[in-house]
Design a binder for this molecule. Structure first.
Ligand SMILES: [Zn+2]
Length: 376
């Protein structure tokens, strides 16, 4: 293998194509590893940084090669991490480590595919309800889905305060826990605002006038929309419409919120952490969000849009109008190549998930982010 570019983000050859970088690097032998045998080493003539073939691999720094396709398959088919670890005869931590790697690869692939893409359909948004760590810390996974395609454009997350009916002892436990950790105020508004950022980034306001955003009747949504100047202006000029529909209505195909109801059902069924009344649930928010990113790749770019009839678009992404060559290019090297943060244009939520910035309730320490995920 020849290096495609210099892995040093501050080098002038970091964004080179393979052809441009030719002649700016030299071979400097190899080193032996127990994992993959001899690994060729290189040196960049421009910045003097030395690196190896493994620097460009998704397996960078690992001491054992684990089948990433199998982890992705198991995770998106309802298997919990312990089951995957047992199946692959490795530790729980090793599986989580590979999920982090695939999670970042998922963020990178989705961001690359959506770069420059504009949506040609109405949108539906919703808050998928679950909990983080315990039922005392409910959360919303806000999702933005294409109304016709069921393509998942983006997702954001907020941990909320437990509300609703509680017994006296539950209420006192909640106040005890709140002395130790409180969810940030306005988390749901902030989460929905980030989701509206995703909507704005893939909406070409001139090409698609009269965009409709469908949601249920949650009071936070109109407040957030009114607080965003660009959406407020588009609404006043009749180029954007926020339509609501009761969440209690039957969840059939004719329901205008069908797309989010469908994605909610799939998440509940396919990700072990969202199975109801089971021993699987999200114990660490940042790790849980990596799993939802893996699911996004499976749902958008791998799973069939409809099984029949056969002439319908193959994937949800194609149903949304994403050109197949963009899907091919964006997902190229998904299971093999290391994504470089310095080469990506991520939105706020994607950056937060990449950096594991979402905090777990009652956990003081920030989640660990390895150096290779930060820079090169
Ligand atoms: Zn260099």
């Amino acid at each position: 293998m020849e290096p495609l570019f210099c892995p040093n983000p501050s080098c002038s050859h970091h964004n080179d194509s393979h052809d441009q970088y030719r002649g700016y690097w030299k071979s400097i032998g190899s080193y032996d590893t127990l994992v993959v045998g001899p690994v060729p080493r290189f040196c960049c003539n421009a910045c003097g940084k030395t690196y190896s073939e493994r620097t460009f691999s998704i397996h960078y720094y690992t001491k054992r090669i684990i089948d990433l396709n199998e982890i992705h398959r198991g995770l998106t088919q309802g298997e919990c991490i312990s089951a995957i670890a047992r199946h692959l005869a490795c530790s729980f931590e090793s599986v989580q480590n590979r999920i982090d790697r695939l999670g970042r690869a998922s963020i990178a692939a989705h961001a690359r595919i959506l770069e420059g893409f504009t949506a040609g359909e109405h949108m539906v948004a919703d808050g998928f309800e679950s909990f983080d760590r315990s039922q005392y810390h409910p959360c919303h996974h806000n999702i933005l889905v294409g109304k016709n395609s069921q393509f998942l454009y983006g997702t954001t997350h907020a941990t909320l305060r437990r509300k609703g009916r509680m017994t006296v002892s539950q209420r006192s436990l909640r106040s005890h826990l709140e002395q130790l950790w409180k969810p940030p105020r306005g988390a749901l508004s902030a989460s929905f605002r980030r989701l509206m950022g995703v909507l704005l980034s893939c909406w070409d306001q001139e090409a698609m006038e009269g965009l409709q955003l469908w949601t249920d009747e949650h009071p936070v949504y109109p407040q957030v929309i009114a607080s965003l100047p660009s959406l407020r202006a588009a609404m006043a000029e009749g180029r954007f419409e926020h339509r609501t529909y009761p969440s209690q209505a039957p969840r059939g195909l004719l329901n205008p919120l069908f797309s989010v109801n469908y994605y909610d059902r799939e998440l509940r069924k396919d990700l072990a952490a969202f199975h109801r009344e089971s021993s699987c649930f999200t114990r660490n928010v940042a790790n849980g969000l990596m799993r939802t990113r893996l699911y996004q790749i499976y749902h958008n770019y791998q799973k069939r849009y409809r099984i029949r009839p056969f002439w319908l678009p193959f994937t949800h992404a194609e149903a949304a109008g994403v050109p197949p060559f963009k899907i091919r290019e964006g997902t190229k090297g998904f299971y093999t190549d290391r994504p470089f943060l310095s080469k990506l244009h991520l939105n706020d939520e994607e950056t937060m998930v990449w950096m594991k910035a979402h905090r777990t309730p009652l956990k003081d320490k920030k989640d660990y982010v390895p150096k290779y995920a930060l820079v090169s």
